[in-house]
Design a protein around this ligand. Sequence first.
Ligand code: GLN
Length: 491
Amino acid sequence: MTDLTRLTAAEVADLVASGGTSAVEVTQAHLDRIAAVDDRVNAFLHVDTEGALAAARAVDERRAAGEELGPLAGVPVAVKDVLTTKGVPTTVGSKILEGWRPPYDSTLVQRLRAAGTVMLGKTNMDEFAMGSSTEYSAYGPTHNPWDLSRIPGGSGGGSAAALAAYEAPLAIGSDTGGSIRQPGAVTGTVGAKPTYGGTSRYGLVAFSSSLDTPGPCARTVLDAALLHQVIGGHDPRDSTSIPQPVPDVVGAAKLGATGDLTGVKLGVVTEFTGEGAEPGVMAAFRESVEALAKLGAEIVEVSCPHFKYALPAYYLIAPSECSSNLARFDGVRFGLRTGDDGNRSLEEVMSLTREAGFGPEVKRRIMIGTYALSSGYYDAYYGQAQKVRTLITRDFTSAFEQVDALISPTTPFVAFPIGARTSDPYQMYLADLFTIPTNLYGGPAISVPCGLSDGLPVGLQIMAPTMADDRMYRVAAALESTVGTFTPPAL
Ligand code: GLN
């Protein structure tokens, strides 16, 4: 009998549509898999067994009634715990939201439900999506299915690990500085950050509003594109949502799968010299560049002189926005309240709640952001970082006058051992070297598995112009058609 957990999302959808299996069977197979492995992986913070089975039954009933099903109907999906889910716990990996059951669904979750996908549960993440390893979750780290002693990337490590461990064929992540792409890279899965504003932030718990972008995670490029199509597109409830249709990402993934990149010009960023990256990662990257050239792509070098300032600019802008966004967690409106014994002032209760509810990385960011925004320092730090952001955007604009897309490794290193970088925040921030420029610019980027180094997955990143998300899918699918997909050792 086919192991339903090993199929791609496209295969599951076809099987459900043709009556070869039922949505309930598929869902149960994934729930069983979660029960079998998740005590070791810790990908899920909450499994919604009843909700999932009810959603699956509804799909089966619609099919039995002869209704037309969407392209992903009956396919299970795991959702990063940063998106609100009506009546289902949403913690953002933080103690401060422990026990909070939102009264509404985020737009993405609404669209997932409307498409007939089956939400299995909520996945683990670094607290408030701040981190690159999922070790900053208040609920314990997620373990990489390739090697349980290593990190699954972050902040959306739970979503990527759920895919690699065959607990779900699809997942949702959010990417502020790389949190979809990095976990994809180090778990051998695909992660796509759409154009900023191409997916709705309504119901996405805000970290850095000018950067946050929810997007699809999957084991194949086509599956990611199918999910992108379902979740993307204009949302009047998000003022930064782009009022344009989703680019034809599914068509582009299918075109790319033919393995022909004739006429496509790809740029390797001169300033990404490999300094600070592992030799094994750079070797896998270089081999993939050759593979892309063999498929017909023209490869040139492109200079982006301001990319080297992306990391410091991001680590001022993101904490600044977070210091403002996280002010709402005051012990009054949501979740945790500490010290409210009837004798303490509101301010004392707020302070005790925030002291108890936030972890050290979140506190560090709130302090950096508050400092950078304070009068007297604003121009020197936040204002300056915004100017750098403009220069980085200009680098991208000029690069895309020369090439169709830029390529780089996704992460400078493969999955590192749990605990290896937590003692020095700067070491953790370095994981974002290649992913952050795209967020500052607002364009789309995808990570696709491109090889192994020391037996661990390496990802290749493709960065495209804003609203040209289809382009990155074409290149990613072409690469996948030649290097294949990567399967971790059995759990
Ligand atoms: N690692 C980056 C950070 O810690 C990016 C996180 C993200 O994309 N959510 O801020």
